[in-house]
Design a protein around this ligand. Structure first.
Ligand code: ADP
Ligand code: GN1
Ligand code: MG
Length: 363
């Protein structure tokens, strides 16, 4: 990591109205590095992020997408006369050369305003879950009229299950870290479910499912709440791109409705909190029902299973490949994550009939 002086020098490349004095690590992201920036008054004023350009290889496209999304949302909020808009949408600040990022010869950096009096959570209660559901429905509906082609695919095939399985099969075939023997049973479990988890790609080819603008990383901790538990803002916009609507419902169920942690070492802690699922769905349907098709509504619980399966496959692929993608905190972290996600998938499978029945009220 950079020294304090180097970080201040990087910050100095941006057009900031207040003088930064320090930058400290912040949040629990697996991909980028996030820092909170304190200014002379002692207040936190900015967020500085180092973009992982091994993963987001087209930084120009990435930052243009984010600009398109944030300006579009800002316009929507202005049109409906919303108050406190600066806390309801992220504001990115340009570098002094006018670019939407700064390249220091090694890494790419970006800066946005820190949203004051905001908080993100790793876990939510039903009330917050309901608010989150409404927020993601709103987010999708505000972006629904973006013209086709307005956003590039920052990571091509990001939530394409057929593609993720292809990567998985390549890893199994190559076995580059010699870990295959240890994960044989998990590989088998993945294979058994492969066909049923690629329904969306098949339906899309048959013209039965459309793509929409999605967030594609709707983890609980990518929402900022205010001091009263109301949602201020959806953040972490790197993966906003065209995709299937179930992605966004699915990733919230995967993270919000899990009674354990994403990487819980104690599998007994992992299960599905039905109250959270129901509250989120209720909120989401309030803001999204008008644009969802009956097929999408019916498939919503499948979205939870699909995203949990996809995450199991992605963590297992990374473990087999020798940990080349996700940041890890110990050598078997990706295996631990895989086991935890697989346990959650099994719990979601058990609850599927109950979840499907809950959707009946909107069909
Ligand atoms: P990562 O890719 O590391 O997940 P995020 O953009 O999600 O990056 O930021 C990590 C955490 O930092 C968030 O969960 C949130 O708590 C906090 N955060 C990010 N941006 C802001 C902001 N503009 N204002 C306040 N907090 C923020
Ligand atoms: C990554 O950056 P972060 O931690 O919000 C990943 C998501 C995964 C998630 C799993 C670009 O998100 O797709 O679902 O980890 N982001 C990317 O926790 O791969
Ligand atoms: Mg995040």
């Amino acid at each position: 990591m950079k020294t304090k002086e180097q970080l201040l020098e990087i910050l100095n490349q941006f057009t900031l109205s207040e003088k930064p004095v320090s930058a400290e690590p912040f949040g629990n992201g697996h991909i980028n590095d996030t820092l909170k920036v304190t200014v002379e008054t002692g207040e936190i004023k900015y967020i500085l992020q180092r973009i992982n350009h091994q993963i987001f290889t087209h930084v120009d496209m990435l930052q243009n997408n984010i600009h398109t999304v944030t300006t579009h949302i800002r316009k929507k909020l202005e049109e409906k006369g919303a108050e406190d808009i600066d806390r309801k949408v992220l504001t990115f600040l340009p570098a002094k050369d006018g670019k939407r990022y700064y390249f220091d010869g090694e890494s790419y950096w970006r800066v946005c305003l820190f949203i004051p009096r905001s908080k993100s959570y790793e876990e939510v209660n039903p009330e917050y879950s309901y608010e989150a559901g409404k927020a993601f429905g709103n987010f999708q509906s505000m972006l629904a009229d973006l013209p086709e082609g307005a956003l590039g695919e920052t990571i091509p095939n990001f939530h394409n299950m057929e593609f993720r399985l292809q990567q998985f099969h390549d890893a199994v075939q190559a076995n580059p870290a010699g870990r295959l023997e240890e994960v044989k049973e998990l590989v088998e479990e993945v294979e058994q479910r492969a066909e049923q988890m690629c329904i969306q790609e098949r339906m899309y080819r048959e013209g039965k499912l459309r793509k929409r603008t999605n967030h594609c990383d709707t983890k609980v901790n990518n929402i900022l709440f205010d001091e009263n538990g109301k949602v201020l803002c959806v953040i972490d916009l790197d993966t906003v791109m065209p995709g299937f609507v179930l992605s966004d419902i699915g990733d919230f169920i995967r993270t919000g409705a899990n009674t354990g942690a994403e990487d819980d070492a104690n599998l007994d802690r992992i299960g599905v909190n039905m109250e959270i699922f129901q509250a989120y769905t209720k909120g989401y349907m309030e803001t999204a029902k008008s644009f969802l098709t009956p097929t999408e509504i019916q498939m919503l619980p499948y979205g939870g299973r699909l995203l949990t399966y996809m995450q199991t496959v992605r963590f297992l692929t990374d473990y087999i490949n020798g940990d080349t993608y996700y940041k890890i905190h110990h050598p078997s972290h990706n295996l631990q994550r895989t086991k935890a996600q697989f346990k959650l998938l099994q719990s979601l499978e058990e609850k599927a009939p109950e979840m499907d029945a809950f959707m009946g009220q909107w069909l």
